[in-house]
Write a protein that binds this ligand. Sequence first.
Ligand SMILES: [Zn+2]
Length: 447
Amino acid sequence: MALYEFATDLDTPVHPVSAPDYMPVEQLRALQLHRLQATVKRVYENVPLTRRRMDERGVKPEHIKTLKDIALLPFMKKVDLRDEYPLGLLASPMNEIVRFHCSSGTTGKPIVLANTENDIHVWQQATMRALAMFGLRSSDILQVSYGYGLFTGGLGLHYGGEGLGCAVLPTSGGNTDRQLMLMKDLGVTAIACTPSYFLHLIDEGLKKGIDFKKEMKLKHGIFGAEPWTGEMREMMENVTGLCAHDIYGLTEISGPGVAGDCPYRCGLHVFEDHFYPEVIDPDTLEPLPDGEAGELVFTTLDRTGMPMLRYRTRDLTRIIPGTCKCGRTMRRIERVSARSDDMLIIRGVNVFPSQIEAGLLSIESVLPHYHIVVDRQGDLDTLEVKVEVTQETFSDDIKSLEALRKRISQAIQRIININAKITLVEPHTLPRSQGKIQRVTDLRKKQ
Ligand SMILES: [Zn+2]
């Protein structure tokens, strides 16, 4: 019996590329251990930083006898990639490297990731499996509006789509008018971009009087590279009629396609035959049992150019215990709506922009365009949320606007327990994104 006959997906026949998704658990664990051992050996032999750290702990590659022994290994962090810039973590000779990608940091030099032909293949397979899981097939026309280039979004989805046999339209980011024109004229059925860029496309389309449900053929949206909420998903689906899928990935681990949600939407399946997930307590660094929330850590199991051992992603989530109704044996993580890096500390309270987004979008007539400004007056942190509302609402009388402001403020306060100043603005007045959006201005940093 072929492996994919285990499949019980909703109404999408299982694509052959999805076969490994249904691998029996014992077989999966054995494969993971085998690959982990090979990766640890490769890194120990080729990467001086990791070898030194393992030696300091008295750990040798042969000590990895079970998957649990992964806890013996040192962690890797983004700062290691910076310190070892550009190629200190290389574990393959340069003649085997076929492509570089970079991830920009907020300060200083970017981090560089080197991919062998094998790494590109592993990444493409994972992205193909994600797209197949979302329900895309070779008959789909996939518009890739992620940026092409050093960023992994564009090329990642491009090769994933081509691998699946889709007709790929590589628009990259920007030039929104042309994006909408091609989307309509070619009858594009799937789009891949950041959620904020898709909002921008919707916004510009509506301005032109486009009825997305009637005039476009969009069935699938593949969104990732920035945190977004369930409320945002619902809004995008309601306006356009497409099904919004969550794709997760990061350049350090390969790019988009590390995990994605299946039709049951009960978390994101990690393609853990390639990328081994752990969740740790970010303070004690101890591994947490499945079900407990903490920081997500990944080990690449079969990458060879720059393998990552226990890479700390700074993303907060948990591994969802139990099996999914879809029959996939790949474990699931809860959707990542918070990155430690995005966390704001306001009056001593930890606040994530996604929490504010959830509060905003729970109110009718609020548009999904907002900007958060944090400042300090005297010793007190202040929080202002600027948000667009519909033109009709904006033209309401002062009393109605005041009532709306109060409702929004209360909705946010219920979630984060902080009283925010709400500024309502007209549609199309806040900055839009051509890639990843910047939703927060923290003026305290300049003081
Ligand atoms: Zn599932």
